[in-house]
Design a protein around this ligand. Structure first.
Ligand SMILES: Cc1cc2nc3c(=O)[nH]c(=O)nc-3n(C[C@H](O)[C@H](O)[C@H](O)COP(=O)(O)OP(=O)(O)OC[C@H]3O[C@@H](n4cnc5c(N)ncnc54)[C@H](O)[C@@H]3O)c2cc1C
Length: 308
């Protein structure tokens, strides 16, 4: 199937890019591997997106999706595994099929980083979770651990303390002297273990223990769930050698949304240096949608096709 513009990723950046490109008169498809809305689906409550004093992530994701559908944007539910930019018609290779486009926008966002410790793989989806909002309810009245030292870890611990019996929060040694948010300090059922480095997850069928090292000694927490909140990284392995990437895998952009390849644009969290927020993803997406549309119009004009 051939399109003017293919957008890879149906999060806030991709959907915004789609709306702007479609309204510029282009034939647009969004390829999404999981669910429209991207990371929005993991946010319990959003208070900083202009126009909404408070809205749940899932509701905002649904609004974004219906806005795109109202603009007749085609959604293809598939995962992009490879690309070929060697011809002017770019090839997007997915699990289930191949698609062609004059311009491509990557709005791949990011996914949770993993601990890379023994037992993590074995208990993924069976006690190891990367989303407290999605999985917290499976651990009602149980003891759980949250591993992480940033805002997400703090808000996960706070959220889980309302559902679980006890929440252990394992944070980095360097955070020994920071002021923890009151939502953490004021909760009787949150115990902060500063400088506790998780080293292994144990259990038979379900998790029974998280082993961690502190002051060079091994300790065990009797927990049923381990929530990992140690940051996010982009999934751009398939773009290695095809686009300029940073050593962490973020796409390098010039003039805001242009990549190292003509006719290929990037927006949102997948880009190096951009603010990782909904409002900026949406703004970037608008610019990418318009820049990609301009590129397609130029290609059509040069080819002697219709002028738009
Ligand atoms: C727990 C949490 C809380 C947050 N709270 C806030 C907040 O309060 N306010 C705020 O402004 N921001 C918040 N954020 C950040 C915000 O959600 C992101 O900045 C925003 O979603 C980025 O949008 P994006 O479109 O760039 O990426 P994403 O939302 O990550 O969307 C990318 C999409 O691309 C898809 N994709 C990836 N690879 C492929 C592939 N190969 N093929 C097909 N599809 C693919 C993914 O499935 C995903 O749907 C939060 C994030 C998290 C995780």
């Amino acid at each position: 199937m051939e399109f003017d513009i293919i957008i890879v990723g149906g999060g806030p950046a991709g959907i915004s890019a789609g709306i702007y490109a479609k309204r510029a008169g282009k034939n647009v498809a969004i390829i999404e591997k999981v669910v429209p809305g991207g990371q929005l689906n993991y946010i319990s409550e959003i208070n900083n997106y202009t126009g909404f004093t408070s809205i749940s992530g899932v509701e905002l994701a649904q609004r974004f999706y219906s806005h795109a559908k109202n603009n007749d944007i085609k959604f293809i539910f598939d995962e992009v595994k490879d690309v070929d930019f060697s011809n002017s018609l770019k090839v997007i290779k997915c699990r289930k099929g191949e698609y062609f486009a004059k311009a491509v926008i990557f709005a791949l966002g990011s996914h949770s980083r993993e601990l890379n410790i023994e037992g993590e793989e074995k208990f993924k989806g069976k006690g190891v979770s990367y989303c407290a909002v999605c999985d917290g309810n499976f651990f009602k009245d149980e003891d759980v651990a949250v591993v992480g030292s940033g805002d997400t870890a703090f808000s996960d611990a706070s959220y889980l303390s309302g559902i679980c019996k006890r929440v252990y929060l394992l944070t980095k040694e360097e955070l020994k002297n920071v002021n923890y948010p009151l939502e953490i300090l004021n909760k009787d059922n949150i115990e902060v273990i500063k400088g506790g480095i998780s080293s292994r997850i144990e259990g038979e069928g379900e998790i029974s223990k998280l082993i961690y090292i502190k002051d060079e000694k091994e300790n065990a927490l009797d927990v049923k769930g381990v929530f990992v909140a140690i940051g996010r990284q982009p999934s751009t392995q398939f773009l290695n050698g095809k686009l300029e990437l940073t050593d962490k895998g973020f796409i390098v952009t010039h003039e805001q949304v242009k990549t190292s390849q003509a006719g290929v644009f990037a927006c949102g969290d997948v880009c190096e240096g951009h603010l990782k927020q909904i409002v900026s993803a949406v703004g970037d997406g608008a610019v990418a949608g318009l820049e990609a549309s301009k590129f397609v119009s130029k290609v059509k004009t040069l080819a002697g096709g219709e002028q738009d």
